[in-house]
Design a protein around this ligand. Structure first.
Ligand code: GTP
Ligand code: MG
Length: 301
């Protein structure tokens, strides 16, 4: 059986949410929901997915309307269960799609989101999900900033690098180890993708270790920084997210061993660095995927 569903309520959370389910037969739908049937034309309160009581209506043979509490947490839980059970999501009705789109445009943190969002109504109208969907997890980074954490030894120019990219003195930079004492988060535009760049205290093997570990745990991407003039390798980072090797203060030396060479002082290597960050988090291949994006899902995440 193929069950399809769509969210019939707009982006703002309301008292009641409406999800429309369709299938070849109403029996399929009730089997999926794990609740007792509702007669044709009737509406009843039912415990759905053994999780919550909600109003369940059956306007016609092949359709069931679920009306749970409209809060984001409940709506998200219901949607996740439907997707986990193999139900396929349709785009919201055209009138609601525009409301979701306005909401996404207002919230989108990255300039790269704009054209992509504006093209979504056309894509949903022309192809729907007939050829599958673009990667919503990756594209979700365009709506809320992913976290990029810069780590490395003290006094090697990590904060200066952030300041050079932010275009303002966002973090204290000084010629003394231990200048940065806390994890400092700043929004930085990386080639159209806005990230939350977290500058950490220099890692000296003792102090701040916990703070750095916590920052790395929250990261979507880690920048392992080392000084061009030093023979020390970058920090050994145990994490499950991608790591980019960054060489700082490249104007002072020519350390071998690869890595993206940057100099905050000379403002060199910055474009390559932000491009690498953007490509790692939101690859070109996903950005140019012509298939539709289920952009409204992130509103109930
Ligand atoms: N030559 C040169 N010096 C730099 C560069 N970037 C930073 N510096 C200098 O390096 C010193 C340390 O810079 P910070 O940015 O504070 O270094 P940090 O890694 O954040 O230091 P901690 O916060 O102590 O871990 C300062 O004196 C900076 O002026 C650069 O690209 N080239
Ligand atoms: Mg610093």
């Amino acid at each position: 059986m193929t069950v399809r569903f769509s969210i019939e309520t707009g982006p703002s959370p309301g008292a009641v949410g409406v999800i429309r389910l369709r299938s070849e037969s109403g029996e399929d739908l009730f089997a999926l929901l794990g609740c007792r049937q509702v007669s044709l034309g009737d509406a009843r309160v039912r415990a759905v997915f053994d999780m919550d009581e909600m109003l369940v209506a059956r306007p016609d043979e092949r359709c069931v309307l679920l009306m749970p509490h409209g809060g984001r947490a409940v709506m998200r839980a219901v949607l996740e269960r439907l997707l986990a059970l193999g139900a396929k999501e349709d785009a919201p009705p055209a009138s609601d799609l525009q409301a979701w789109l306005d909401d996404a445009l207002a919230r989108a943190s990255s300039p790269l989101a704009v054209d992509l969002l504006l093209d979504q109504p056309r894509r949903w109208t022309e192809q729907g999900d007939s050829r599958g969907l673009a990667d919503g997890t990756v594209l979700g980074c365009l709506l809320s900033p992913p976290v990029v954490v810069a780590v490395g030894a003290p006094n090697i120019g990590k904060s200066s690098l952030l300041n050079a990219l932010a275009g303002r003195p966002a973090a204290l930079a000084f010629d003394r180890p231990g200048t940065t004492r806390d994890a400092v988060g700043v929004l930085v535009d990386c080639a159209g993708l806005v990230v939350r760049w977290v500058d950490t205290p220099g890692f000296d093997g003792v102090g701040s270790a916990r703070l750095i570990e916590d920052a790395v745990r929250s990261a979507d991407l880690v920048l392992s920084c080392r000084d061009a003039a030093s023979v020390e390798p970058g920090p050994d980072i145990a994490c499950e997210v991608p790591v980019i090797d960054v060489v700082t203060r490249a104007d002072r030396g020519s350390s071998d061993g690869g890595g993206l060479r940057t100099s905050a002082l000379e403002r060199s290597g910055l474009t390559d660095l932000v491009r690498a960050i953007r490509e790692t988090l939101v690859p070109d291949a996903v950005l140019s995927d012509p298939r539709p994006w289920r952009f409204w899902e992130s509103h109930v995440q």
